[in-house]
Design a protein around this ligand. Sequence first.
Ligand code: ASP
Ligand code: MG
Length: 405
Amino acid sequence: MALIVQKYGGTSVGTTERIRNVAAKVKKERDRGNDVIVVVSAMSGETNRLISLAAEIDENPAPREMDVLVSTGEQVTIALLSMALQKLDCDARSYTGGQIRILTDNAHSKARILDISGKAVREDLNAGRVVVVAGFQGVDEHGNITTLGRGGSDTTAVAMAAALKADECQIFTDVDGVYTTDPRVEPRARRLNKITFEEMLEMASLGSKVLQIRAVEFAGKYSVPLRVLSSFEEGEGTLITFEDEVMEEAKISGIAFNRDESQLTVRGVPDQPGIAYKILGPIADANVEIDMIVQNTSQDGTTDFTFTVHRNDYQKALGVLNQVSNDLGGREVKGNDGIVKLSLVGVGMRSHAGIASKMFKALSDEGINICMISTSEIKISVVVDEKYLELGVRSLHETFDLQQA
Ligand code: ASP
Ligand code: MG
């Protein structure tokens, strides 16, 4: 007998009919003889509705009250789901985060889980009950309600699975798994049967928004096998697991991309110790996150720096950079907020040479100019003009044989 944690997101519990559908799926798992803990989100749209109610009263409400408010969405779902399970003669009990003491720090609206006491849950499971837990919420040491950040129910599910040493944590959502790339860009994208935690983190942080990143990190850290699957269709979904368990011998798992990039360059700054700090320090101080950084080898004692930031931060970063360049006697500042980043992701590239050159050839065959390149152990990223995003993704997808058979 296994212990399975299942998490159903907002669209999966969006109506009472869908809640009944979830209850049927949970019961099916019980009937297989497994113990089940179910973590649910608020019904779809509910969290946003609550947030806008608050905005009608105060543009800047107290974070503590905000958490009391938005945590109610999940409380509705746990009660309705438990009722639906009981109606199917499946014994079930609902709990808020506070009731089972999901202890968090006191950072309202972005709290971190510190500890979960599995005791009450264990007793229920032993008594043959399904335990239904409100996602996204906990309590701090003083009993104040906290929430974990948007999409936080994923993290609740993984944390429950880790605390109770579950055999698998299944995230049911409206997609049927993790794909080789975004099917809206490449219709021939293929669902992956397995992917490693490392790859998933690269894919997720690059914009394949299937799971909350924090949940993936958490699952990797506590060795919780994670599966993403559809609540509407039958299927195996995608298992996120460890490298030695990934049997598919693909070198590359997927193509991630990020549309919202911009690039800034400062030319002709003196090449001396501390220069990178003098340029990038003020950017960081302005709370702008820097992604790729390139420094040229120096010529005549001067050098150039290019870096990328999120497009929303472009104007701010440009302002800071102009100021810094003036102070340092730089020759010119240039920027481009019409660029995107394409990344090839795969643990297989560790043991295979020639992946980068194959990638660059594919792009050059399409006449796509590469503006910047950066690499890590399991990823090669290039910056290109935004007009090449679709073409670039499709040609790489084809070059690395990722399309459906
Ligand atoms: N209901 C919360 C949200 O919409 C948490 C979640 O759905 O995971 O962000
Ligand atoms: Mg979600």
